[in-house]
Design a protein around this ligand. Structure first.
Ligand SMILES: Nc1ncnc2c1ncn2[C@@H]1O[C@H](COP(=O)(O)OP(=O)(O)OP(=O)(O)O)[C@@H](O)[C@H]1O
Ligand SMILES: [Mg+2]
Length: 341
């Protein structure tokens, strides 16, 4: 796991410096001393300096994709571990740049247990180091995951204190935990046979996984697709099959909709799992699952397939949440004991 603080910090200084909303006096006073010590520098000089510093860090990792100066430092450093571990040798294109993460098409190295020529790298934006998504609703009942995907145990007082106080270290921990939830969920679901990307590797700032699409275009999201009439029922069933696998593992997607399902060559793939939450441990589980189911039904209704979300919700809740595997087992042993008696 590699994480280079200085580059991220520089990106933030840089972002602050050029953010037109950040011209108030208080914000300026808060800026790091390095910039306030050199007020006479022209903007282009600062940009060149930062670009030079990132160039030094590139160390042989040159990419076909030409990142903007804004993204260069954090992109190359986020993906460097994958390059060093021989998973990828090039970044080919930006698939989608978003508020919270950007996804890139990468050229894979065909060994290392990998047989796919292209891989997708989801790079979490450095902005998240400062401003985590309002994740309280989902975090309930979840532990904090370390970069290795292990739960940070309550005994680790330093980490928990930092999290509470929202120090820089604390927000790094929260950021990594958010990303590791996505990665460990992908691992779990992939092994369970769900239609999710195969997770290949994780760094503290990025996830490498199966890429859907070809050299020219990435798979569209379901929202952008007009389905054929004969695809509707099988694909709806396939979405539900995945929701059920998640529930069997005690999980709810939490942001399931036609925006987080890819469609490629007639098949669907569920993506975007950082907010995954527990169906037994989160007191908002009912509401979160209900919203997921409603959004899916809404998309399919728009395509011409009517399915009643309330009926489905009722079934799922009764079947997977109210009756946990251990409840079924307990019922069984009572039955068996009665038989014996
Ligand atoms: N494995 C993949 N293969 C191809 N494209 C992908 C893959 N994963 C994600 N994408 C594309 O990247 C987009 C963003 O990914 P994702 O939904 O995981 O991130 P996000 O957190 O929603 O980002 P944002 O909030 O910025 O939209 C997806 O809508 C999809 O277009
Ligand atoms: Mg998404």
């Amino acid at each position: 796991m590699h994480y280079n603080h200085s580059v991220t910090d520089e990106y933030e200084q840089y972002e602050d410096q050029f953010n037109p909303l950040h011209t108030d006096r208080q914000a300026r006073r808060k800026r790091k001393p390095r910039l306030t010590h050199t007020p006479k520098k022209a903007v282009h000089e600062i940009v060149d300096e930062l670009a030079d510093e990132t160039a030094e860090l590139e160390g042989g990792f040159n990419t076909t994709y030409q990142p903007s100066r804004y993204e260069e430092g954090w992109l190359l450093n986020s993906l460097r571990p994958f390059y060093e571990l021989h998973f990828i040798h090039d970044v080919l294109a930006l698939v989608k740049g978003g508020k919270e993460a950007s996804v890139y098409r990468c050229a894979a190295i065909l060994d290392n247990g990998n047989a796919e020529p292209l891989l997708a790298a989801k790079v979490y934006r450095p902005r998240m180091f400062r401003q985590l998504r309002n994740d309280g609703l989902y975090r309930e009942g979840r532990g904090v995951l370390s970069a290795e995907g292990h739960e940070v145990i309550e005994r680790d007082r330093r980490t928990h204190r930092a999290l509470k106080k929202k120090t820089a270290f604390g927000s790094q921990v929260a950021h990594t935990s958010w990303l590791m939830y996505e990665f460990t969920t992908l691992q779990q679901l992939y092994e369970a046979g769900a239609a999710v990307p195969r997770p290949v590797s994780a760094s503290e700032n990025a996830i490498l996984m199966t890429y859907y699409g070809d050299e020219q275009i990435a798979a569209p999201i379901l929202h952008q697709v007009r389905l054929e009439a004969d695809e509707l029922a099988p694909l709806f069933t396939e979405v539900l099959r995945n929701v059920e696998i998640m529930l069997q593992h005690g999980l709810i997607h939490g942001d399931l909709s036609a925006y987080n399902i890819l469609y490629w060559e007639g098949a669907i793939t569920l993506i975007d799992f950082p907010q995954v939450t527990g169906c037994h441990s989160n007191s908002n589980a009912y509401m979160i699952l209900q919203r997921d189911i409603e959004r899916i039904c809404q998309y399919f209704a728009g395509q011409g397939l009517e399915r009643d979300p309330a009926t489905i919700m009722n079934y799922l809740w009764k079947h997977y949440v109210e009756r946990r595997p251990q409840d079924v087992e307990a019922d069984l042993s009572v039955l068996l004991a009665e038989d014996e008696g």
